[in-house]
Ligand binder design. Structure first.
Ligand SMILES: Nc1ncnc2c1ncn2[C@@H]1O[C@H](COP(=O)(O)OP(=O)(O)O)[C@@H](O)[C@H]1O
Ligand SMILES: [Mg+2]
Length: 265
């Protein structure tokens, strides 16, 4: 199971949209995909149309009250969802009286490792909190989501520095990738920004940039990944291409770690 965490300290840059629709595109390729909502805003849960009433969610898993298996739900587009509610915010407080709280997510994910090919973690905008730290501790790959808009490059460079600092404190390495999103190819400024992002991130940047698409907003409103709404749309094509690149990246890392074993708790 390859674990990807979608990160950026900035809100509204497309983390949730990218996480949900990449999960949908991987599932459409026949992969077994788990999407874990790690944001107390629960946008990924809502974007998959899952209304949580009294069912258990990620807070019960992180609080060590339930195994992860018990909160999994079948979501649209063939994705399995581990949902969240606002209660997930309570984990910050629980973490203060817990030994190595950032390891709980990794342990929970270990318990379902054989059931999934990919796990996608949708992270909160707060990068200094225990939820984001847990995601990075668990991740094989952290994907920095970069909005192709004004000041995005500065924000992305700051995010890369923060990620490098966090990585230095973790006992388990993650590989870094970046994806550009909210790209409007008709805008000259956006095209220039994309060139600038590529100049800074080089090979770390996936070749696929996710275009701005009204279909993605519609899909979120309807509670489905865009693949399930309109498989021929620009957005569905973008996410298919990204899924292909992500799969190649995961296979390359897997082949590498088969030759150099990584420590796992
Ligand atoms: N590629 C895109 N095209 C159009 N709208 C998008 C795209 N990506 C994100 N959005 C919209 O932008 C807003 C913020 O995106 P979201 O994925 O929730 O960001 P984050 O999770 O980083 O806060 C949402 O309303 C979402 O529907
Ligand atoms: Mg979000």
């Amino acid at each position: 199971m390859h674990i990807l965490a979608f990160v950026n300290q900035k809100g509204g840059c497309g983390k949730t949209t990218t996480a949900v629709n990449l999960a949908g595109a991987l599932a459409a390729r026949g992969e077994r995909v788990l999407l874990v909502d790690l944001d107390p805003q629960a946008h990924a849960t809502m974007a998959l149309g899952c209304a949580v009433e009294r069912e258990p969610t990620m807070i019960e898993v992180l609080a060590d009250e339930l195994p992860l298996e018990r909160v999994l739900r079948a979501a649209p587009g063939g994705v399995t969802l581990a949902p969240a509610t606002a209660r997930l915010g309570e984990y910050e407080e629980i973490a203060m009286r817990t030994l190595r709280p950032q390891e709980r997510l990794s342990k929970a994910l270990d318990s379902v490792r054989a059931q999934f090919d990919y796990c996608v973690l949708d992270c909160p905008p707060r990068t200094e909190g225990v939820l984001a730290l847990s995601a990075l501790r668990a991740a094989d790959t952290a994907v920095l989501v970069i909005e192709t808009g004004a000041f995005a490059l500065q924000g992305a460079l700051k995010a890369r520095t923060l990620l490098a600092e966090t990585a230095a404190h973790l006992d388990r390495p993650f590989s870094l990738r970046a994806v550009a999103t909210l790209f409007d190819k008709r805008s000259r400024i956006a095209r220039e920004l994309l060139v600038g992002i590529h100049a800074q991130f080089g090979e770390l940047l996936f070749d696929t940039a996710i275009s701005t698409s009204v279909r993605l907003r519609e899909a979120a409103a309807l509670g489905v990944p865009v693949q399930a709404l309109d498989t021929r749309s620009r957005a569905a094509i973008d996410f298919r291409a990204l899924a292909e690149e992500v799969a190649q990246h995961a296979h390359t890392l897997e082949a590498l770690s088969a030759t150099t074993p990584q420590p796992r708790s």
